[in-house]
Design a protein. Structure first.
Length: 134
């Protein structure tokens, strides 16, 4: 991370404000939950995935919008227990959200059981799960 990101831009009056600024800058690069638009649907349950476009853009240092890119192959969450499920298949144009997992879940998704992380990747949109508002 560059020193510029950790350097407060305005006067700081105490250590608490400086630490607050540093933590906000560090967290600004992580994704947790984002509003998205469904662009494409692939597969069938239980392997249904969507390609999504995040709707809230980030800004560069000059407050210019940074265009979002489509995030591919995000699994779709369904409320399910045993053989019962609430089935609301997404369609292109739907607005929903993705919850971004904090570690690489690609191996667990492929094996469909407890697994080690596939890499040291953290807070990547590639490791998100899509859900629709109910």
């Amino acid at each position: 991370m560059s020193d510029k990101l950790l350097t407060p831009t305005g006067p700081q009056t105490n250590d608490a404000e400086s630490l607050d600024y540093i933590f906000k800058q560090m967290l600004s690069g992580y994704c947790f939950i984002e509003i998205v638009e469904v662009k494409a649907i692939k597969g069938e349950a239980p392997n249904l995935t969507v390609d999504v476009l995040p709707l809230v853009a980030r800004l560069d240092q000059n407050n210019q919008m940074i265009q979002n890119a489509v995030v591919y192959n995000i699994p779709v969450y369904r409320a399910q227990r045993g053989n019962s499920a609430i089935i609301m298949n997404p369609v292109p144009g739907d607005i929903g959200w993705i919850a971004v997992c904090d570690r690489d879940n690609s191996v667990a998704r492929a094996n469909r059981k407890a697994s080690v992380p596939g890499s040291r990747r953290a807070h990547s949109k590639s490791d998100a799960i899509y859900s629709q508002p109910t």
